[in-house]
Ligand binder design. Structure first.
Ligand SMILES: Cc1cc2nc3c(=O)[nH]c(=O)nc-3n(C[C@H](O)[C@H](O)[C@H](O)COP(=O)(O)OP(=O)(O)OC[C@H]3O[C@@H](n4cnc5c(N)ncnc54)[C@H](O)[C@@H]3O)c2cc1C
Length: 282
């Protein structure tokens, strides 16, 4: 999995599958369930700390499902479409409202699951419908955005085992040149502030209400602190980066250390934003 996650961390897996349609994805999930094969669902692997140990099961990647269509002010995208590709399709169609998401390196499915967001925007604010497969009831369901319980880095899908198949975004007409400028500005801000030169899974910790987590970590003197190949970025304290050869064990030890330090300093327990294998299992 090291070559399939942005953290560049993870052991071997028995089967990797790249279904190219919702039907193929559902068939794969059903097959694994019938055969008792452990099955994990991964989008772009950009918010994921996979395990070091071998995984004797099947990892289903949605990256083969990447159709994007535009209909008036509505953009529909398959779960595996890259979020930035959706932003580009919207811009080219003269549709604004998603520029903030440009540069988030996830898939539509992962972005809906996490309610990905940046610069005061969240994808949940733009989602009007999500279609998913409920593997327990063996049915495909479409829910309106208001039933997705979008919150800070969470949605109804973070709480239940569902296979997001596609999502619908409602946008508004705008000048493509204005949208392009906004997208480029957001991307430039990312490049300036984030340690994009090293593998990571983005912000390692969630915001704690009333605090900027990265600032707390910085104030605790943890910038640059390392465990094995894992390091609290010295560019942005909210990121844990893989400086080379980091293992999941290194990252977990570092996360635990940072949490303890922040508790000792501020009396609060910060929570990881990064997902693990357990979150991917269906
Ligand atoms: C450099 C960098 C910058 C980042 N910046 C941001 C940022 O600004 N804002 C932000 O919110 N995040 C950011 N992230 C984190 C990450 O990109 C987002 O959380 C993204 O939405 C994750 O999408 P993914 O497809 O990579 O999900 P994955 O990492 O593949 O999976 C994450 C979780 O979503 C689940 N999932 C994935 N696809 C589906 C599906 N189809 N159905 C059901 N569940 C699914 C997985 O099972 C897993 O539990 C950043 C990451 C990096 C590396």
């Amino acid at each position: 999995m090291a070559s399939h996650t942005t953290f560049r961390i993870g052991g071997r897996v028995r089967y990797l599958l790249y279904p190219e349609s919702a039907d193929a994805l559902i068939a794969a999930v059903t097959y694994c369930r019938e055969k008792g094969i452990p099955c994990a669902l991964v989008g772009n692997g950009s918010n994921l700390l996979w395990q070091d140990a071998d995984f004797d099961g099947c990892v289903l990647f949605t990256s083969g499902m990447k159709r994007i269509t535009v209909d008036g002010t509505c953009v529909r995208a398959d779960a595996g479409a890259h979020l930035s590709a959706v932003c580009i399709a919207a811009r080219d169609a003269g549709l604004g409202g998603l520029a903030f998401a440009y540069g988030i390196p996830g898939s539509v499915g992962g972005a809906v699951y996490m309610n990905a967001g940046a610069y005061d925007g969240e994808v949940g604010q733009r989602i009007t419908a999500v279609t998913y497969y409920d593997s327990f009831e063996d049915r495909v369901v479409t829910v309106p955005g208001e039933d997705c319980a979008f919150g800070y880095r969470t949605s109804v899908f973070s709480q239940k085992k569902a296979v997001i198949l596609s999502a619908e975004f409602s946008l508004e007409k705008d000048d493509p040149a204005v949208i392009r400028a906004a997208m480029e500005d957001y991307l430039a801000r990312r490049r300036e502030k984030q340690p994009l030169e090293f593998p990571s899974a983005g912000s390692a910790f969630k915001r704690y209400p009333g605090y900027f987590t990265a600032k707390l970590i910085d104030e605790a003197g943890l910038k640059g602190y390392s465990v094995g190949g894992a390091q609290v970025s010295d560019k942005h304290a909210g990121f844990i980066v893989n400086r080379g050869g980091a293992t999941a064990a290194d990252v977990n030890t570092l996360i635990a250390y940072v949490k303890e330090k922040i508790f000792a300093q501020n009396g609060i327990w910060i929570e990881p934003e990064i997902r693990t294998v357990g979150d991917c299992l269906l």
